[in-house]
Write a protein that binds this ligand. Structure first.
Ligand code: SF4
Length: 106
């Protein structure tokens, strides 16, 4: 299952984390929702492959600890989404399609 590109219409904001939005539902530690809006990572799909951290030319992503999550105990957090230059590399390299990037989504 890939990230829902319409998540901003289909989900509610559940809060914020490190300056970006979190889209619910969130039921920690098993369900963590989607982090970010311009650069969005579905934490419930992310399995901590790390290709996005390696390939992003402007270092948008940072690891965050998510102990107890069934897919992985670290996640690629779009901590610096405002720096994104919309190259789409992260979308292309993510093996589980957990990332969606849309500069029109704020
Ligand atoms: S689209 Fe490019 S610049 Fe933006 S987060 Fe992904 S890899 Fe980084």
């Amino acid at each position: 299952m890939a990230i829902d590109p319409q998540f901003d219409q289909n989900r509610e904001k559940a809060g914020t984390h490190e300056g970006h939005d979190v889209w619910g539902p969130v039921e920690e530690p098993e369900q963590l929702g989607i982090h970010g809006t311009h650069v969005a990572v579905d934490f419930d799909i992310c399995l901590a492959d790390g290709a996005c951290l390696k390939d992003c030319p402007v270092d948008v992503f940072e690891w965050v600890d998510t102990p107890g999550h069934p897919e992985s105990e670290i996640k690629a957090d779009p901590a610096n989404e405002a720096q994104c230059i919309d190259c789409m590399l992260c979308v292309d390299v993510c093996p589980v399609d957990a990332i969606d990037v849309d500069s029109g989504r704020v």
